[in-house]
Write a protein that binds this ligand. Structure first.
Ligand SMILES: [Zn+2]
Length: 251
């Protein structure tokens, strides 16, 4: 985006909710009906490969030695790459949320995330990779610049809840898809962020536009070719209110 914003306070009192994971780093839903998905598969894969390489080098160390120059360099590289992608992510996300007039962001509590989202093994890997606590803290700091407040809330069950019938024990998740015997089928993480949002806002949530997917290319988060949103949808009259927000944000 090339528009620059006067970062005092957001222009409206819209709300957003984030679902955080490993395959999809952030799934976000806003009360303005926007959905964003930041894909993390490739980043996570690379993080895992570097971790494996570190383990391989460690197994070859002489007795009594615990590290080496090469190992330390790999650790630093792994951290730097993750931090770079994370920082770019919350900058990109906050710019978008600011443009949507969002002034409050709900984010799931770490304990909850660890308890309900993944298996123990995935947890260990994901926790290490994503560094939730650090991510949340930095998100809060950056959000302040935009006048957006971040609230940590329990998101227990939101990842399993069917938005159509409310069932939490009949739904099944297969990879990215959540299905329910009532006939519902949707993207699991986006659905979770929408359920989480509806739980914490009293505002009416506008009908959802097609989700926008972002991929990391080592420099930027750019819209994925697999993004479900066709280009022409952006000029659809029903979505005009979005561009109004952007325009009035110009300074
Ligand atoms: Zn259902």
């Amino acid at each position: 985006m090339t528009v620059t914003y006067a970062r005092d306070t957001p222009l409206a009192d819209e709300t957003a909710a984030l679902d955080i994971g490993a395959n999809n780093l952030v799934a976000c839903t806003t009360t303005t009906g926007e959905q964003y998905l930041y894909e993390g598969r490739e980043l996570f894969q690379r993080f895992r490969n570097t971790t494996r390489e570190i383990a391989r080098l460690q197994s070859k160390l002489e007795d009594g030695r615990y590290s080496s120059k090469r190992i330390r360099r790999l650790y630093r590289k792994r951290t730097r790459r993750r931090d770079h992608a994370q920082e770019a992510l919350y900058r990109d996300l906050l710019e978008r949320l600011y443009a949507e007039g969002v002034d409050t962001v709900y984010i799931g509590g770490l304990t909850d995330v660890l308890e309900t989202h993944w298996s123990v093994e995935t947890n260990a890997k994901t926790h290490n990779f994503w560094a939730f606590k650090q991510f949340t803290e930095r998100l809060v700091c950056t959000a302040e610049e935009y006048g957006i407040s971040v609230k940590v809330r329990s998101e227990a069950w939101t990842s399993q809840e069917c938005p159509q019938c409310g069932s939490t024990d009949r739904t099944t998740r297969h990879q990215d898809t959540l299905t329910c015997p009532c006939g519902f089928e949707g993207h699991a993480d986006l659905t979770a962020s929408e359920t989480f949002l509806r739980r914490h806002t009293e505002k009416a949530v506008r009908p959802m536009a097609r989700p926008v997917r972002f991929e990391w290319d080592d420099h930027d988060w750019s819209e994925s070719p697999r993004s479900h949103r066709p280009k022409e949808q952006r000029t659809d009259p029903s979505t005009v209110h979005h561009s109004e927000n952007v325009a009035s944000g110009e300074s």
